[in-house]
Design a protein around this ligand. Sequence first.
Ligand SMILES: [Zn+2]
Length: 244
Amino acid sequence: MKKYYKQILLIAATHGDERIGIEVVNKLVEQKLDAYFDFLIANPKALEKNVRYIDSDLNRSYPGDIKSDLYEKKNAVNNIKIAKKYKYVIDLHEAKFGTKNFIIIPRNKLDIDLPLHFIKLDDILLWPDPKGPLGSCLKNTIELEFGMKDKERPIVINKAVDIVKVFIHSLYTQQNIEKSESNKKRVFMVYGKASVQEAEKYKMKFKDFQEIKIGTEDFIPLLVDQYRDIGIAFYKMRKISSGK
Ligand SMILES: [Zn+2]
């Protein structure tokens, strides 16, 4: 019989070209913290090829389809089966052109079954569209996105390791991190995007998390330049709660 039940599943390589999950897991294993979690390599084929995906974005493929010809659609079914066995699931991502670290909840409200006050990040992004992330199907799942732009990789990785360690520690001791920190969270709603064409018309400089007004629309740009290759200049969000 198992000594105790591991409550946490860490997910690495949902996107095969984002190695942060593997690096974080390796560091946690070195520190013998894998006594507290299991991990899942979500897209092993894409990881091996160092590409975002093979046939379709896994983060848009849940709940999946076992009969699909698309590798990710099929794989999603197995991943979700595993993720359902855990109380809490943390899916680790990185953004090459992202400047901030934040929690993504792919739903339209904060109705999840995971203690967010144990996650030492201040910004929560509700991101209900498009459908298909694991967290849109399971309430126990969040994504953590780490921005790599102008950052030293080892520092970002250590930050991510620290966040997971604090989560584990808080969970197993039920000790809250300082109240001030847990109350500081800001909540944003991602509601749209601007195409590269559209953004170029404005002849303006867009920056992550820097509010801007175009005509009558006030918004906060997100992941500027991250998805240029698929025609997206940035995503748009607005703040729905300022914490404090
Ligand atoms: Zn990702």
